[in-house]
Design a protein around this ligand. Sequence first.
Ligand SMILES: *Cc1c(COP(=O)(O)O)cnc(C)c1O
Length: 230
Amino acid sequence: MDDSAASKLAAIAGQIETARSRFGAPPEAVTLVAVSKTVPVEAIVPFLEAGQRVFGENRVQEAKEKWPVLRERFSCIELHLIGPLQTNKARDAVALFDVIETVDRDRLAIVLAEEMTRAGRRLPCLVQVNIGLEDQKAGIAPAETLAFVERCRHVHGLDIVGLMCIPPDGVPPGPYFAQMMGLAKSAGVAQVSMGMSGDFTVAIGMGATHVRVGTALFGGRPRAMPATMA
Ligand SMILES: *Cc1c(COP(=O)(O)O)cnc(C)c1O
């Protein structure tokens, strides 16, 4: 079997395309975010060489160690923060990332907006929704999402372009993905980031615009990351 980065990307692109054509979304509608958390720089390089440009990292410190080097070697990289963010790391996050997918509370929205103004860098942001209302997961409650998006836009001044979620483990994600689509429509946002290695075709079938795929591209991660904040 051809195990190269290019063939893995092609395989995922094929699955995305099949799911997308079933849903009837236009070809440009689904973006693959390659989740490179825990993956060392040397193992990311082949994916950049194969043309992948959109990546996701869940920790500010790790992104700081890996991506400035990679940006020197490759142009047009789009780096998404997909992990929880502490306000004291907002400045670094604004400097390092191109999209923040995990805005989930007012205090963070306020600090991010301040740091973006300070840096003269207005990043597109997504609001993370705790779609399964799980204690251990970050995100705003579904019932509070619309009001929060409004506050982020009109009070805090963030550019909210979409919603993001991680549905509960071990149960079919379809109903959660459907609920996300309803929320996104009501909130008037175009982007919906949902679907990981195990369920990205399901997510695309429901209308996801961004899928975040890690293990299906890079292989298994060494160990579960402790549940501390980025
Ligand atoms: C790790 C991670 C992913 C990728 O998960 P895989 O199952 O490896 O594809 C996607 N989204 C978030 C928020 C993650 O932390």
